[in-house]
Design a protein around this ligand. Structure first.
Ligand code: NAI
Length: 719
């Protein structure tokens, strides 16, 4: 797991060997302890180089070991033994040095990195802190402000930035190991006093108290309830104010409180869930590892509105040639201008040339003739989309994949408009499409495994977290949103205010409550959909009858607001009031409060006191209940798919692990009991009816979330 060889006469070369990323498993740690000891006691060895096999230094701790009885030598004394060595130790960093990998390198006396290497301390993203001395050594090496930035965000840095910050001593474009060996020869026998980071004083920034106070305030705000970023600040403060040994004690103490926390479990679950969803499968048994994607070099986007613009830019930035089709001349001009700006800003951020020449604009759909894949993003109107799919089917070369960005219309129906329904899938991006990480890839009943594999691979190339899901109204994300927003409307009817509902959801960790979000995206969007569904008219009637539609409770509140022209931020009024149309900062609106009172009076509703707990239970448990229905229906293969969609596309706080994981933490019995309680109080709300899978899981003793996939599989095989 670690090998010692002697090179260039007197250099002991220690190579970590544990594919794929040389993670610091018990065996690797033991290997390092043994090889370091041998190298240090071998009189022929004058200096040491540590590297990783296959061009990868070290990806950090072996996360699979967390939650088990960890055996093997601990990392802290191992790194300490390297640091106090009397022979110079040089880290040769190729590929990655992340987490414990970078901490290991910080224990070495010199660090040389390859120009393409990436470094970082991403522990915070797993609900932890760098607890092998990283929180104490890094501020000593690069100063408090830079260490705060790297450790509280967990961001990866390039070798060039690492050199600028002083994390590494040298960057090379050649063989890092060769350069490190040469360097090790040159420093053999030289004193190491100034090279042991733990013995350096931590540079004290001016106004240190104010600096930490300011950072803590900022971190608390952006953490939205996550505890690890706060512990990271506290650990760095210890580095800045305490001697090294005491700082290490504080680091350990803080880590102990994080290590077994629910948040760390949630974040580590999301880490693995992200990998699990890449290993997709279809009900037919087709899988990610047996389905070969088609090559895609040239793509087309139809409709350059909000979504089409972002999708086309994202495709071009991935290196594809793009045909961008928009029939409205004015829209085409506006799109061209906005997309050029997007390309320019993206290129500047990534330090590359803007991909202007990758996009060809056209007012004519005939321009799609030679593309490999099309993404349709015209208005959410089935008749229009039908027509577009018929045209695409007639115009495209055989084998072209036809994708729709619909938010929830029937993919099977669109496929039926084409000659090759097996080549139709949904590629559901989220706004803004060139920024948002999530992509729902929707397979229909006729979609071929190859079509799904191609869309999934393209999503990956675009840097998206792609999740394969089945076809149903709203797919996974938007389908679950419906009961959630319905409950929020009912809560307003029963006595809540938008501020109260949003406050509860934001305290839970959503970046924006439901009503603030609705003001941002526009109340008219949902209104249009409700009207198409035969809902969406306020009817003007009063009493309970006005609030029953299609045999179930319905709240016309949003429709009444739309009829008054209150579309949210764009009109300066919605659930909140804004300074002007297009204003961004919403304030509580006294008009809305009296409107709600009048509305309740008109409909015979008596306001009661509603607390945060009721808001969370009703909004979140109905959403979770729908998640169970989705599993039951086979629309998502497992809870991981649902959780990844919610964390990456819907602002679900990552440290709570997604809705299904959250349900497992709350306890399925409790979720079921509360749904039953609310259902009794509101028998006319079908979404409160607990679904069978939830009941079945509770009856079988509430197995842990990683076992649900099996339960669902069994359920389907019995059907
Ligand atoms: P939009 O209204 O901003 O843009 C639609 C564009 O399509 C317009 O520029 C229109 O002129 C153009 N268009 C209409 N018919 C056309 C045709 N036959 N050929 C070429 N262009 C045509 O709409 P938006 O918001 O971009 O939505 C597009 C699709 O994406 C819809 O299906 C929507 O449900 C979906 N979607 C929207 C999201 C959003 O946040 N806006 C999020 C995810 C999906």
């Amino acid at each position: 797991m670690a090998q010692l060889t002697r090179v260039s006469g007197s250099v002991g070369l220690i190579t970590l060997q544990s594919p794929p990323v040389n993670a610091l498993s018990a065996a690797v740690r033991q290997g390092i302890v043994d090889t370091v000891q041998r190298a240090l006691s071998d009189p022929e060895v004058k200096s040491v180089v540590v590297c990783g096999q296959n061009g990868i230094f070290c990806g950090g701790a072996d996360i699979k070991e967390f939650g088990t009885n960890m055996s093997g030598p601990p990392l802290v004394p191992l790194i300490h033994a390297i640091e106090v060595a009397h022979k110079p130790v040089v880290a040769a960093i190729e590929g990655i040095a992340l987490g414990g990998g970078l901490e290991l390198a910080l224990g070495c006396h010199y660090r040389i990195a390859h120009s393409k290497a990436k470094l970082g301390l991403p522990e915070v993203t797993l609900g932890l802190l760098p607890a092998a001395g990283g929180s104490q050594r890094l501020p000593r090496l690069i100063g408090v402000p830079a260490a705060l930035d790297l450790i509280t965000t967990g961001r990866h840095i390039t070798a060039a930035e690492a050199l600028k910050l002083g994390v590494v001593d040298q960057v090379t474009a050649h063989s890092t190991v060769d350069v490190a060996v040469k360097f090790a020869l040159s420093v053999a026998g030289k004193p190491l006093d100034g090279r042991r980071i733990s013995s350096l004083p931590c540079p004290r920034p001016p106004n240190m108290d104010a600096l930490f106070e300011g950072v803590m305030k900022k971190v608390r705000q952006s953490a939205r309830g996550a505890i690890a970023p706060i512990a990271c600040v506290q650990a760095i403060r210890a580095a800045a104010t305490l001697p090294y040994d005491q700082g290490m004690e504080r680091e350990l103490e803080l880590m102990a409180s994080l290590f077994t926390s629910d948040q760390a479990r949630a974040l580590q679950y999301i880490f693995f869930a992200q990998r699990a969803v890449a290993r997709w499968s279809m009900p037919s048994g087709a899988r990610w590892d047996t389905s070969k994607p088609r090559p895609v070099h040239k793509a087309a986007v139809i409709g350059l509105g909000t979504m089409g613009r972002g999708i086309a830019v994202a495709l071009a930035q991935t290196g594809l040639s793009v045909v961008a089709v928009e029939t409205q001349e004015k829209q085409l001009m506006a799109a061209k201008q906005e997309m050029s700006g997007m390309l320019e800003r993206g290129a500047k951020r990534r330090g590359v040339a803007p991909a202007f020449d990758k996009i060809r604009y056209s007012p004519d759909i005939k321009a799609v003739a030679d593309v490999d894949l099309v993404i349709e993003a015209v208005f959410e109107d089935m008749a229009l989309k039908e027509k577009v799919f018929q045209q695409l089917s007639a115009l495209c070369k055989p084998g072209t994949l036809l994708c729709t960005n619909t938010s929830g219309l029937d993919v099977d129906h669109l496929a039926s408009q084409t000659r090759s329904p097996e080549l139709v899938v949904g590629m559901h991006f989220f706004a803004p499409a060139h920024v948002m990480k999530l992509l729902e890839v929707v397979y229909g009943s006729k979609s071929s495994p190859q079509a799904l594999a191609t869309a999934m691979q393209l999503g990956k190339k675009m840097g998206k977290v792609s999740v394969a899901v089945g076809n149903c109204r709203g797919f996974v994300g938007n389908r679950m949103l419906k009961p959630y927003s319905e409950q929020a409307f009912f809560l307003l009817e029963e006595g809540a205010t938008p501020e109260l509902v949003d406050g509860a959801l934001e305290d839970f960790g959503f970046p924006m409550g439901l009503f603030r979000m609705s003001d941002l995206s526009g109340l008219d969007v949902g209104w249009r959909v409700r009207k198409v569904d035969g809902l969406g008219k306020s009817s003007g009637a009063s009493g309970q009858q006005a609030r029953i539609r299609q045999g179930r409770r319905y709240s016309p509140l949003g429709d009444v607001l739309c009829e008054q022209g209150r579309f949210g931020q764009k009109t300066g009024r919605g659930w909140y009031q804004y300074d002007k149309p297009g204003g961004r900062v919403g304030r509580p609106d006294p008009w809305l409060h009296s409107f709600l009172e009048e509305y309740r009076a008109q409909h015979g509703l008596v306001a009661r006191r509603i607390d945060h707990q009721e808001v969370l239970e009703r909004c979140l448990y109905t959403l979770i209940n729908e998640g169970f229905r989705i599993l039951e229906d086979g629309i998502a293969a497992g809870p991981e798919e649902i959780d990844i969609i919610y964390v990456f596309g819907y602002g679900w706080p990552r440290h709570r692990g997604g809705p299904m994981f959250y349900a497992s933490m709350v306890g399925l019995e409790k979720v079921l009991a509360r749904l039953e309680f609310y259902q009794e109080a509101h028998p006319d709300v079908p979404y409160l009816q607990p679904c069978n899978l939830l009941k079945r899981l509770v009856a079988s003793g509430s197995p842990p979330v990683h076992k649900w996939r099996e339960v669902v599989k069994k359920l389907h095989s019995q059907l």
